[in-house]
Design a binder for this molecule. Structure first.
Ligand code: NIG
Ligand code: FE
Length: 419
């Protein structure tokens, strides 16, 4: 007979990340019941639990997961939502270790970009790489994230710039789902850098994006969103706006790299287009924050890039907080400005460098990261959400953020399946 629940997880402490007035959204003793990949019930009393235990195919008893001495009370693991890395560029060819050496000898990120290195260097290597090579390297990078309990990853294109390579990057990103227990959200970032074949004519490249690339990528269903690098070394406000308005025509939500190196007013423009998120935002000024509130745009902090580029200008965390702007934190995993294959390290950095609280950091990799991707079915342990869950041998959720490279989940459930 078909059982009522596929899986029941009990004897755990739950950091649901719900906004229930408890730190980390902790729930009173509760069992999580899963059916067909979703959380279908949160059972709180013994009676409900006893019934449910009889009607479940697979039962996970948290009190048996952490080894303890015979006479000791078992330690219960913490259960959290699967983590969401809402900003990565993890499909690319080659690496930029040489550029790292140049930077250590004094060359700046901007200088290297202006000399045709930087993003353009990776474009060259990515165009040369075949699909299988891109996939193999992307799998290795994504595994690093998944090992820490990441179950959803956003991946941007933007190292191909021509249509074929952009399509190849996005297809490779999507196909990671076939190789790893992860949901992939793809973002078309054609407006990442100006390819050489456009001979310094950025407007002509934007024409190409709007007339050729974006329509084709949209019709193939390869992008869940569209992103632009709005910056002095990226694209101007006007060019950014053209891409946004084109994305709108194709029904694709937008997000943007803004205010990373200068105050270019990209965040205000993005908000005008109802952007899901504005990312980096070190140079965002307080007076531009109210526009994000109106558009319910998530502020995504990328402390890996801040650290790696030895940036000193910090994002306006206090003002974001004061305006209740949801804050997410991501790795920005990419070969140039943030070769960081660890979301938990990014969370630690967001606390140490930007003074987020550990709870804010964890919300930034769960609830708010989901919003930054326009996903309302994950990031919080709640009925109806996908059963992407992680179990941890920790005494408090803050430990995950406090310790660098200290923790791996003791169990991960992806779409309800123990993986
Ligand atoms: O998010 N800011 C632009 N894009 C990436 C960097 C990409 C690169 O340097 O390869 C970022 O930091
Ligand atoms: Fe980025």
């Amino acid at each position: 007979m078909d059982s009522k629940y596929d899986t029941l997880i009990y004897n755990v402490r739950i950091a649901s990340m719900q906004l229930n007035g408890m730190p980390y959204g902790e729930l009173p003793p509760t069992a999580v019941a899963i059916k067909e990949g979703h959380i279908v019930a949160l059972l709180s009393c013994d009676e409900q639990l006893n019934d449910a235990l009889q009607q479940t195919s697979t039962v996970i008893d948290g009190s048996r997961l952490i080894p303890c001495n015979e006479n000791e009370q078992p330690t219960l693991p913490w259960l959290l939502p699967g983590f969401i890395d809402c900003h990565t560029h993890l499909v690319y060819g080659g690496n930029r270790a040489e550029e790292f050496e140049m930077r250590l000898q004094g060359a700046s990120y901007v200088e290297i970009a202006e000399r045709g290195g930087g993003i353009k260097g990776t474009v060259k290597k990515t165009r040369q790489a075949d699909e299988q090579t891109l996939l193999n390297t992307a799998i290795k990078r994504a595994i690093r994230l998944c090992e820490e309990g990441v179950t959803t990853i956003e991946v941007k294109s933007g190292y191909g710039l021509d249509i074929d390579t952009e399509i190849r990057m996005l297809s490779v990103a999507k196909s990671l789902e076939k190789h790893l227990p992860v949901t992939i959200q793809t973002t078309y970032l054609g407006a990442h850098a100006l390819p050489n074949e456009f001979n310094h004519d950025a407007d002509a490249y934007i024409d190409f994006i709007c007339r050729d690339a974006l329509p084709q990528i949209a019709s193939l269903g390869l992008a869940d969103a569209v992103d632009v690098f709005c910056e002095t070394i990226g694209f101007s406000l006007q060019q950014t706006e053209r891409v946004f308005s084109c994305a709108k025509q194709y029904g694709l939500p937008v997000k943007a790299h803004v205010e990373q190196l200068s105050d270019s007013k990209g965040a205000v423009l993005a908000a005008k287009y109802g952007a899901l998120s504005v990312d980096h935002i070190e140079y965002l000024v307080d007076s531009d924050i109210p526009s994000l509130v109106k558009s319910e745009t998530v502020a995504v902090l990328l402390p890996g890039a801040f650290y790696y580029l030895s940036e000193v200008q910090k994002p306006p965390v206090e003002a974001l907080r004061a305006h209740d702007v949801p804050i997410a934190v991501a790795t920005d995993f990419n070969p140039g400005s943030s070769p960081l294959a660890s979301l938990l390290t990014a969370l630690n950095m967001s606390c140490v460098l930007f003074k987020l609280t550990p709870e804010e950091a964890l919300r930034g990799a769960t609830e708010h990261a989901a919003s930054a991707l326009g996903l309302n079915d994950r990031g919080v342990v709640d009925i109806g959400n996908v059963a992407d869950l992680t179990l941890w041998d920790i005494e408090t959720p803050a430990e995950l953020v406090y310790c660098i490279n200290g923790h791996r989940p003791i169990a991960v459930f992806k779409d309800g399946k123990h993986v």
